[in-house]
Design a protein around this ligand. Sequence first.
Ligand SMILES: Nc1ncnc2c1ncn2[C@@H]1O[C@H](COP(=O)(O)OP(=O)(O)OP(=O)(O)O)[C@@H](O)[C@H]1O
Length: 462
Amino acid sequence: MPDDITTFFDRILDVFSDGIYISDRFGKTIKVNDMYEKLTGLKKENLLGRYVKELETEGVYDIAINPLVVKTGKPQTSLQNTSTGRKVILNGHPVFDHNGEVAYVITFVRDVTVLSQLKEQVSYQAELIEKYHREARYLRTRNHTNTIIENPKMRNLMELLKRIAVTDSTVLILGDTGVGKDVFATHIHQYSLRRDEPFFKINCATIPESLIESELFGYEPGAFSGASTKGKPGYFEMADKGTLFLDEIGELPLPMQAKLLRVLQDQEVMRIGSTKVKKVDVRFIAATNRNLEESVQKGTFRSDLYYRLRVAVLELPPLRERKEEIIPFIDFFLDKFNTKYRKKIDFSPEVKKLLQEYRWPGNVREMENLIQGLVVTQDKAMIEIEDLPNYLLNNKEMQEKLQLANVINTEEQSLGEIMEGFEKSVLEKALASHKSVAKVAKALKVDRSTIFRKLKKYGIIQ
Ligand SMILES: Nc1ncnc2c1ncn2[C@@H]1O[C@H](COP(=O)(O)OP(=O)(O)OP(=O)(O)O)[C@@H](O)[C@H]1O
Protein backbone atom coordinates (compact mmCIF):
# COMPACT_ATOMS: atom_id res chain seq x y z
CA MET A 1 0.00 0.00 0.00
CA PRO A 2 1.47 3.43 -0.90
CA ASP A 3 2.37 5.76 2.01
CA ASP A 4 -0.10 8.54 2.65
CA ILE A 5 0.89 12.18 2.52
CA THR A 6 1.10 12.47 6.33
CA THR A 7 3.73 9.76 6.52
CA PHE A 8 5.62 11.45 3.70
CA PHE A 9 5.32 14.76 5.49
CA ASP A 10 6.93 13.19 8.58
CA ARG A 11 9.78 11.84 6.46
CA ILE A 12 10.22 15.23 4.80
CA LEU A 13 10.58 16.84 8.23
CA ASP A 14 13.21 14.26 9.15
CA VAL A 15 15.34 15.37 6.18
CA PHE A 16 15.93 18.82 7.70
CA SER A 17 19.25 19.43 9.41
CA ASP A 18 17.49 21.71 11.95
CA GLY A 19 15.32 20.38 14.71
CA ILE A 20 11.63 21.05 13.97
CA TYR A 21 8.94 21.38 16.58
CA ILE A 22 5.32 22.09 15.61
CA SER A 23 2.66 23.01 18.12
CA ASP A 24 -0.91 24.22 17.70
CA ARG A 25 -2.26 27.54 18.91
CA PHE A 26 -2.92 26.00 22.35
CA GLY A 27 0.69 24.90 22.69
CA LYS A 28 -0.03 21.20 22.12
CA THR A 29 2.91 19.40 20.51
CA ILE A 30 1.87 18.14 17.07
CA LYS A 31 5.10 17.14 15.36
CA VAL A 32 8.74 16.73 16.26
CA ASN A 33 11.40 15.60 13.77
CA ASP A 34 14.38 13.24 14.23
CA MET A 35 16.88 16.07 14.46
CA TYR A 36 14.92 17.61 17.34
CA GLU A 37 15.19 14.31 19.21
CA LYS A 38 18.91 14.19 18.48
CA LEU A 39 19.57 17.76 19.58
CA THR A 40 17.56 17.67 22.76
CA GLY A 41 17.77 14.03 23.75
CA LEU A 42 13.96 14.12 24.13
CA LYS A 43 11.83 11.34 22.67
CA LYS A 44 8.90 12.01 20.30
CA GLU A 45 6.62 9.73 22.29
CA ASN A 46 7.26 11.80 25.44
CA LEU A 47 6.45 15.05 23.66
CA LEU A 48 3.62 14.46 21.20
CA GLY A 49 0.27 15.55 22.57
CA ARG A 50 1.96 17.32 25.52
CA TYR A 51 1.60 21.07 26.10
CA VAL A 52 4.72 23.22 25.89
CA LYS A 53 3.80 25.06 29.09
CA GLU A 54 3.66 21.72 30.94
CA LEU A 55 7.02 20.70 29.55
CA GLU A 56 8.47 24.03 30.58
CA THR A 57 7.09 23.63 34.11
CA GLU A 58 8.53 20.12 34.35
CA GLY A 59 11.94 21.52 33.42
CA VAL A 60 12.26 19.56 30.18
CA TYR A 61 13.44 22.88 28.76
CA ASP A 62 13.75 26.26 30.39
CA ILE A 63 11.89 28.45 27.94
CA ALA A 64 9.13 28.00 25.35
CA ILE A 65 8.49 30.65 22.72
CA ASN A 66 5.29 29.21 21.25
CA PRO A 67 2.90 31.20 23.53
CA LEU A 68 4.61 34.45 22.52
CA VAL A 69 4.38 33.63 18.80
CA VAL A 70 0.63 32.91 19.23
CA LYS A 71 0.12 36.07 21.26
CA THR A 72 2.01 38.44 18.95
CA GLY A 73 1.45 36.67 15.65
CA LYS A 74 5.09 37.47 14.91
CA PRO A 75 8.26 35.32 14.61
CA GLN A 76 10.27 35.05 17.82
CA THR A 77 13.82 33.99 18.63
CA SER A 78 15.25 32.76 21.88
CA LEU A 79 18.01 30.69 23.43
CA GLN A 80 16.93 27.51 25.21
CA ASN A 81 18.84 25.28 27.60
CA THR A 82 17.65 21.69 27.38
CA SER A 83 17.64 19.25 30.28
CA THR A 84 20.58 17.45 28.59
CA GLY A 85 22.71 20.54 29.06
CA ARG A 86 22.72 21.67 25.43
CA LYS A 87 22.12 25.20 24.27
CA VAL A 88 19.81 25.59 21.29
CA ILE A 89 18.57 28.61 19.44
CA LEU A 90 14.84 28.67 18.71
CA ASN A 91 13.27 30.42 15.70
CA GLY A 92 9.50 30.24 16.05
CA HIS A 93 7.21 31.23 13.12
CA PRO A 94 3.41 31.56 13.12
CA VAL A 95 1.34 29.64 10.53
CA PHE A 96 -2.02 31.36 9.98
CA ASP A 97 -5.44 29.85 9.15
CA HIS A 98 -7.80 31.35 6.55
CA ASN A 99 -9.14 33.80 9.19
CA GLY A 100 -5.67 35.21 9.76
CA GLU A 101 -5.46 33.57 13.22
CA VAL A 102 -2.36 31.70 14.32
CA ALA A 103 -3.16 28.01 13.83
CA TYR A 104 0.27 26.49 14.34
CA VAL A 105 3.71 27.49 15.45
CA ILE A 106 6.65 25.93 13.69
CA THR A 107 9.92 26.25 15.54
CA PHE A 108 13.32 25.61 14.00
CA VAL A 109 15.87 24.50 16.52
CA ARG A 110 19.63 24.83 15.96
CA ASP A 111 22.36 23.56 18.24
CA VAL A 112 24.63 26.38 19.39
CA THR A 113 26.40 24.53 22.20
CA VAL A 114 29.70 24.56 20.31
CA LEU A 115 29.14 28.15 19.29
CA SER A 116 28.47 29.26 22.82
CA GLN A 117 31.46 27.27 24.06
CA LEU A 118 33.53 29.08 21.46
CA LYS A 119 32.07 32.38 22.62
CA GLU A 120 33.03 31.59 26.18
CA GLN A 121 36.51 30.65 25.05
CA VAL A 122 36.83 33.88 23.07
CA SER A 123 35.76 35.94 26.06
CA TYR A 124 38.18 33.98 28.29
CA GLN A 125 40.95 34.70 25.77
CA ALA A 126 39.92 38.36 25.67
CA GLU A 127 40.22 38.49 29.47
CA LEU A 128 43.64 36.89 29.29
CA ILE A 129 44.75 39.40 26.67
CA GLU A 130 43.48 42.25 28.87
CA LYS A 131 45.37 40.77 31.81
CA TYR A 132 48.63 40.53 29.86
CA HIS A 133 48.10 44.04 28.50
CA ARG A 134 47.80 45.41 32.00
CA GLU A 135 50.79 43.43 33.17
CA ALA A 136 52.87 44.60 30.20
CA ARG A 137 51.74 48.19 30.75
CA TYR A 138 52.86 47.96 34.38
CA LEU A 139 56.20 46.40 33.47
CA ARG A 140 56.81 49.09 30.86
CA THR A 141 56.28 51.85 33.42
CA ARG A 142 58.58 50.18 35.91
CA ASN A 143 62.16 51.19 36.08
CA HIS A 144 64.17 48.23 34.98
CA THR A 145 66.11 48.06 38.16
CA ASN A 146 66.32 44.78 39.93
CA THR A 147 68.98 46.05 42.21
CA ILE A 148 68.37 46.80 45.79
CA ILE A 149 71.44 48.39 47.18
CA GLU A 150 72.40 46.41 50.23
CA ASN A 151 74.68 47.57 52.96
CA PRO A 152 74.98 46.64 56.65
CA LYS A 153 72.09 48.85 57.72
CA MET A 154 69.81 47.65 54.95
CA ARG A 155 70.89 44.04 55.34
CA ASN A 156 68.55 43.53 58.30
CA LEU A 157 65.68 44.91 56.26
CA MET A 158 66.59 42.71 53.29
CA GLU A 159 66.74 39.64 55.50
CA LEU A 160 63.33 40.52 56.90
CA LEU A 161 62.06 41.00 53.34
CA LYS A 162 63.26 37.55 52.29
CA ARG A 163 61.83 35.93 55.42
CA ILE A 164 58.45 37.59 54.89
CA ALA A 165 58.45 36.93 51.13
CA VAL A 166 58.25 33.14 51.41
CA THR A 167 55.50 33.15 54.06
CA ASP A 168 52.75 34.28 51.68
CA SER A 169 51.37 36.58 54.36
CA THR A 170 49.97 40.05 53.70
CA VAL A 171 52.68 42.72 53.89
CA LEU A 172 52.41 46.39 54.76
CA ILE A 173 55.27 48.59 53.53
CA LEU A 174 55.60 51.96 55.20
CA GLY A 175 57.82 54.86 54.21
CA ASP A 176 57.95 58.35 52.75
CA THR A 177 57.50 59.00 49.08
CA GLY A 178 60.35 57.75 46.90
CA VAL A 179 62.04 55.56 49.53
CA GLY A 180 61.63 52.42 47.41
CA LYS A 181 58.32 50.88 48.54
CA ASP A 182 57.56 49.86 44.97
CA VAL A 183 60.99 48.29 44.57
CA PHE A 184 60.55 46.35 47.81
CA ALA A 185 57.07 45.15 46.82
CA THR A 186 58.44 43.81 43.54
CA HIS A 187 61.23 42.06 45.39
CA ILE A 188 58.83 40.43 47.84
CA HIS A 189 57.02 38.96 44.85
CA GLN A 190 60.28 37.87 43.23
CA TYR A 191 61.47 36.13 46.38
CA SER A 192 58.10 34.47 46.94
CA LEU A 193 56.80 31.13 45.72
CA ARG A 194 54.49 33.09 43.42
CA ARG A 195 57.38 34.56 41.43
CA ASP A 196 56.26 32.93 38.15
CA GLU A 197 52.69 34.14 38.56
CA PRO A 198 51.34 37.63 37.77
CA PHE A 199 52.29 40.70 39.78
CA PHE A 200 49.92 43.65 39.53
CA LYS A 201 50.12 47.08 41.03
CA ILE A 202 47.19 49.39 41.55
CA ASN A 203 47.61 52.91 42.84
CA CYS A 204 44.61 53.68 45.04
CA ALA A 205 45.34 57.42 44.87
CA THR A 206 45.29 57.79 41.10
CA ILE A 207 42.13 55.87 40.20
CA PRO A 208 38.99 58.03 40.38
CA GLU A 209 36.81 57.00 43.32
CA SER A 210 33.94 56.06 41.02
CA LEU A 211 36.11 53.56 39.13
CA ILE A 212 37.94 51.86 42.00
CA GLU A 213 35.31 49.19 42.57
CA SER A 214 35.08 48.17 38.92
CA GLU A 215 38.87 48.18 38.59
CA LEU A 216 39.25 45.92 41.62
CA PHE A 217 36.22 43.66 41.25
CA GLY A 218 35.52 43.81 37.50
CA TYR A 219 32.01 43.80 36.09
CA GLU A 220 29.58 41.76 34.04
CA PRO A 221 28.44 42.91 30.57
CA GLY A 222 26.21 45.99 30.86
CA ALA A 223 26.52 46.10 34.67
CA PHE A 224 26.25 49.88 34.67
CA SER A 225 25.92 52.65 32.11
CA GLY A 226 29.24 53.16 30.39
CA ALA A 227 30.35 49.61 31.15
CA SER A 228 31.84 47.67 28.28
CA THR A 229 29.43 45.24 26.65
CA LYS A 230 32.00 42.51 27.06
CA GLY A 231 32.42 42.82 30.83
CA LYS A 232 35.85 42.98 32.42
CA PRO A 233 37.80 41.10 35.06
CA GLY A 234 39.05 43.16 37.99
CA TYR A 235 42.54 43.20 39.48
CA PHE A 236 41.55 40.70 42.21
CA GLU A 237 40.71 38.13 39.55
CA MET A 238 43.62 38.96 37.31
CA ALA A 239 46.12 38.60 40.12
CA ASP A 240 44.75 35.13 40.93
CA LYS A 241 47.63 32.85 42.04
CA GLY A 242 49.92 35.89 42.03
CA THR A 243 50.46 39.10 43.99
CA LEU A 244 48.46 42.32 44.06
CA PHE A 245 50.29 45.43 45.22
CA LEU A 246 47.93 48.09 46.55
CA ASP A 247 49.98 51.27 46.54
CA GLU A 248 48.83 54.31 48.54
CA ILE A 249 46.37 52.15 50.46
CA GLY A 250 45.81 55.07 52.85
CA GLU A 251 43.88 56.83 50.08
CA LEU A 252 41.33 54.04 49.61
CA PRO A 253 37.80 55.37 50.25
CA LEU A 254 36.08 53.93 53.35
CA PRO A 255 33.38 51.90 51.52
CA MET A 256 36.08 50.21 49.46
CA GLN A 257 38.08 49.49 52.60
CA ALA A 258 35.16 47.40 53.88
CA LYS A 259 34.98 45.48 50.61
CA LEU A 260 38.73 44.94 50.50
CA LEU A 261 38.68 43.57 54.04
CA ARG A 262 36.11 40.99 52.98
CA VAL A 263 38.27 39.92 50.04
CA LEU A 264 41.32 39.67 52.29
CA GLN A 265 39.42 37.48 54.73
CA ASP A 266 37.42 35.26 52.39
CA GLN A 267 39.51 35.37 49.19
CA GLU A 268 36.24 35.62 47.28
CA VAL A 269 35.14 38.22 44.75
CA MET A 270 31.93 39.02 42.95
CA ARG A 271 31.97 41.12 39.79
CA ILE A 272 29.66 44.15 39.73
CA GLY A 273 26.34 43.02 38.25
CA SER A 274 27.01 39.34 38.96
CA THR A 275 25.54 36.98 41.51
CA LYS A 276 28.35 34.46 41.18
CA VAL A 277 31.08 34.39 43.79
CA LYS A 278 34.53 33.51 42.51
CA LYS A 279 37.35 32.10 44.67
CA VAL A 280 40.68 33.81 44.20
CA ASP A 281 44.10 33.10 45.60
CA VAL A 282 45.91 36.43 45.88
CA ARG A 283 48.79 37.59 48.02
CA PHE A 284 48.37 41.21 49.04
CA ILE A 285 51.08 43.77 49.56
CA ALA A 286 49.97 47.25 50.62
CA ALA A 287 52.04 50.41 50.90
CA THR A 288 51.51 53.91 52.14
CA ASN A 289 53.39 57.03 53.10
CA ARG A 290 50.64 57.97 55.51
CA ASN A 291 50.67 57.35 59.22
CA LEU A 292 47.85 54.79 59.21
CA GLU A 293 47.56 54.78 62.98
CA GLU A 294 46.70 58.49 62.81
CA SER A 295 44.24 57.83 59.99
CA VAL A 296 42.58 55.16 62.16
CA GLN A 297 42.26 57.66 64.99
CA LYS A 298 40.82 60.27 62.63
CA GLY A 299 38.34 57.70 61.36
CA THR A 300 39.55 57.82 57.75
CA PHE A 301 40.98 54.31 57.85
CA ARG A 302 39.21 51.25 59.23
CA SER A 303 40.95 49.82 62.26
CA ASP A 304 39.98 46.21 61.35
CA LEU A 305 41.58 46.59 57.93
CA TYR A 306 44.66 48.19 59.49
CA TYR A 307 45.14 45.27 61.88
CA ARG A 308 44.49 42.78 59.07
CA LEU A 309 47.15 44.47 56.93
CA ARG A 310 49.84 44.83 59.51
CA VAL A 311 50.58 41.13 59.84
CA ALA A 312 54.08 41.77 58.55
CA VAL A 313 55.41 45.31 58.36
CA LEU A 314 58.43 46.61 56.47
CA GLU A 315 59.33 50.14 57.46
CA LEU A 316 61.69 51.88 55.05
CA PRO A 317 63.57 54.78 56.62
CA PRO A 318 64.01 58.03 54.67
CA LEU A 319 67.24 58.34 52.71
CA ARG A 320 68.67 60.96 55.10
CA GLU A 321 68.58 58.31 57.82
CA ARG A 322 70.42 55.85 55.56
CA LYS A 323 73.44 58.08 55.01
CA GLU A 324 75.80 55.18 54.41
CA GLU A 325 73.67 54.28 51.39
CA ILE A 326 74.02 57.66 49.71
CA ILE A 327 77.43 57.09 48.10
CA PRO A 328 76.52 53.60 46.85
CA PHE A 329 73.29 55.06 45.43
CA ILE A 330 75.17 57.92 43.73
CA ASP A 331 77.59 55.42 42.16
CA PHE A 332 74.72 53.15 41.15
CA PHE A 333 72.75 55.92 39.41
CA LEU A 334 75.87 57.46 37.82
CA ASP A 335 76.72 54.09 36.39
CA LYS A 336 73.14 53.52 35.23
CA PHE A 337 72.76 56.86 33.44
CA ASN A 338 76.34 57.01 32.11
CA THR A 339 75.68 53.66 30.45
CA LYS A 340 72.28 54.77 29.21
CA TYR A 341 73.45 58.08 27.73
CA ARG A 342 76.96 56.89 26.80
CA LYS A 343 78.72 59.40 29.03
CA LYS A 344 81.54 59.28 31.58
CA ILE A 345 80.47 61.81 34.17
CA ASP A 346 81.63 61.71 37.78
CA PHE A 347 81.01 63.85 40.86
CA SER A 348 83.78 65.72 42.66
CA PRO A 349 84.44 64.69 46.30
CA GLU A 350 82.87 68.01 47.43
CA VAL A 351 79.69 67.27 45.51
CA LYS A 352 79.51 63.79 47.02
CA LYS A 353 80.03 65.23 50.47
CA LEU A 354 77.32 67.79 49.91
CA LEU A 355 74.86 65.21 48.64
CA GLN A 356 75.50 63.17 51.77
CA GLU A 357 74.43 66.15 53.86
CA TYR A 358 71.36 67.01 51.81
CA ARG A 359 67.94 66.16 53.33
CA TRP A 360 66.55 64.35 50.27
CA PRO A 361 62.85 65.12 50.89
CA GLY A 362 62.03 63.13 47.73
CA ASN A 363 64.35 60.29 48.81
CA VAL A 364 65.79 57.85 46.25
CA ARG A 365 63.50 59.08 43.48
CA GLU A 366 64.79 62.63 43.95
CA MET A 367 68.37 61.43 43.76
CA GLU A 368 67.68 59.35 40.68
CA ASN A 369 66.08 62.34 38.93
CA LEU A 370 68.87 64.69 39.98
CA ILE A 371 71.60 62.40 38.65
CA GLN A 372 69.74 61.67 35.44
CA GLY A 373 69.27 65.42 34.90
CA LEU A 374 72.96 66.15 35.47
CA VAL A 375 74.16 63.32 33.22
CA VAL A 376 71.83 64.45 30.47
CA THR A 377 72.58 68.19 30.65
CA GLN A 378 76.29 68.37 31.57
CA ASP A 379 79.19 67.92 29.21
CA LYS A 380 82.12 68.10 31.59
CA ALA A 381 83.62 64.96 33.05
CA MET A 382 83.57 66.17 36.66
CA ILE A 383 80.52 67.77 38.23
CA GLU A 384 81.42 70.52 40.72
CA ILE A 385 79.26 72.18 43.35
CA GLU A 386 78.49 75.12 41.07
CA ASP A 387 76.97 72.72 38.51
CA LEU A 388 74.31 71.58 40.97
CA PRO A 389 70.81 73.00 40.68
CA ASN A 390 70.16 76.06 42.84
CA TYR A 391 67.51 74.46 45.03
CA LEU A 392 70.18 72.19 46.47
CA LEU A 393 72.33 75.11 47.60
CA ASN A 394 69.84 77.84 48.28
CA ASN A 395 68.57 76.84 51.67
CA LYS A 396 70.14 77.91 54.93
CA GLU A 397 70.68 74.45 56.28
CA MET A 398 72.54 73.45 53.14
CA GLN A 399 74.68 76.57 53.22
CA GLU A 400 75.79 75.70 56.71
CA LYS A 401 76.47 72.12 55.75
CA LEU A 402 78.32 73.28 52.70
CA GLN A 403 80.46 75.51 54.86
CA LEU A 404 81.19 72.55 57.09
CA ALA A 405 81.83 70.31 54.08
CA ASN A 406 84.39 72.83 52.82
CA VAL A 407 86.03 72.91 56.23
CA ILE A 408 86.36 69.14 56.40
CA ASN A 409 88.57 67.85 53.61
CA THR A 410 90.32 64.74 54.89
CA GLU A 411 92.09 64.17 51.60
CA GLU A 412 94.28 67.26 51.67
CA GLN A 413 94.18 68.58 55.24
CA SER A 414 95.77 67.53 58.50
CA LEU A 415 93.66 67.09 61.62
CA GLY A 416 95.01 70.41 62.95
CA GLU A 417 93.92 72.24 59.77
CA ILE A 418 90.49 70.60 59.83
CA MET A 419 90.01 71.57 63.48
CA GLU A 420 91.08 75.14 62.76
CA GLY A 421 88.63 75.37 59.89
CA PHE A 422 85.93 74.01 62.12
CA GLU A 423 86.79 76.46 64.91
CA LYS A 424 86.71 79.36 62.45
CA SER A 425 83.27 78.41 61.18
CA VAL A 426 81.90 78.03 64.74
CA LEU A 427 83.24 81.47 65.69
CA GLU A 428 81.82 83.10 62.56
CA LYS A 429 78.43 81.64 63.31
CA ALA A 430 78.57 82.62 67.00
CA LEU A 431 79.60 86.23 66.25
CA ALA A 432 76.86 86.52 63.63
CA SER A 433 74.21 85.49 66.12
CA HIS A 434 75.56 87.11 69.38
CA LYS A 435 76.89 90.26 67.74
CA SER A 436 79.61 91.02 70.41
CA VAL A 437 82.87 89.38 71.54
CA ALA A 438 81.71 89.46 75.16
CA LYS A 439 78.50 87.59 74.39
CA VAL A 440 80.32 85.03 72.24
CA ALA A 441 82.80 84.42 75.07
CA LYS A 442 79.95 83.96 77.52
CA ALA A 443 78.00 81.62 75.24
CA LEU A 444 81.01 79.47 74.40
CA LYS A 445 82.29 79.58 78.02
CA VAL A 446 85.76 80.80 77.01
CA ASP A 447 87.42 83.97 78.32
CA ARG A 448 87.12 87.11 76.22
CA SER A 449 90.79 87.52 75.42
CA THR A 450 90.98 83.97 73.94
CA ILE A 451 87.92 84.63 71.76
CA PHE A 452 89.33 88.00 70.69
CA ARG A 453 92.70 86.43 69.77
CA LYS A 454 91.08 83.65 67.74
CA LEU A 455 88.73 86.02 65.90
CA LYS A 456 91.75 88.08 64.87
CA LYS A 457 93.76 84.99 63.94
CA TYR A 458 91.07 83.80 61.55
CA GLY A 459 90.58 87.29 60.14
CA ILE A 460 86.97 87.47 61.35
CA ILE A 461 87.69 90.85 62.98
CA GLN A 462 90.51 93.29 62.23
N1 LIG B 1 67.06 50.12 46.71
C1 LIG B 1 66.92 50.65 45.50
N2 LIG B 1 67.74 50.28 44.51
C2 LIG B 1 67.61 50.84 43.27
N3 LIG B 1 66.70 51.78 42.95
C3 LIG B 1 65.87 52.18 43.91
C4 LIG B 1 65.93 51.62 45.24
N4 LIG B 1 64.98 52.23 45.98
C5 LIG B 1 64.34 53.09 45.17
N5 LIG B 1 64.87 53.07 43.93
C6 LIG B 1 64.42 53.88 42.78
O1 LIG B 1 63.87 55.09 43.27
C7 LIG B 1 62.66 55.42 42.61
C8 LIG B 1 61.53 55.52 43.63
O2 LIG B 1 61.30 54.23 44.20
P1 LIG B 1 59.84 53.65 44.45
O3 LIG B 1 58.94 54.00 43.31
O4 LIG B 1 59.99 52.24 44.82
O5 LIG B 1 59.43 54.54 45.71
P2 LIG B 1 58.04 54.52 46.51
O6 LIG B 1 58.41 54.51 47.94
O7 LIG B 1 57.17 53.44 46.02
O8 LIG B 1 57.47 55.94 46.11
P3 LIG B 1 55.91 56.47 46.20
O9 LIG B 1 55.53 56.50 47.64
O10 LIG B 1 56.00 57.86 45.63
O11 LIG B 1 55.13 55.51 45.36
C9 LIG B 1 62.41 54.32 41.59
O12 LIG B 1 62.78 54.79 40.31
C10 LIG B 1 63.29 53.19 42.04
O13 LIG B 1 63.75 52.46 40.96
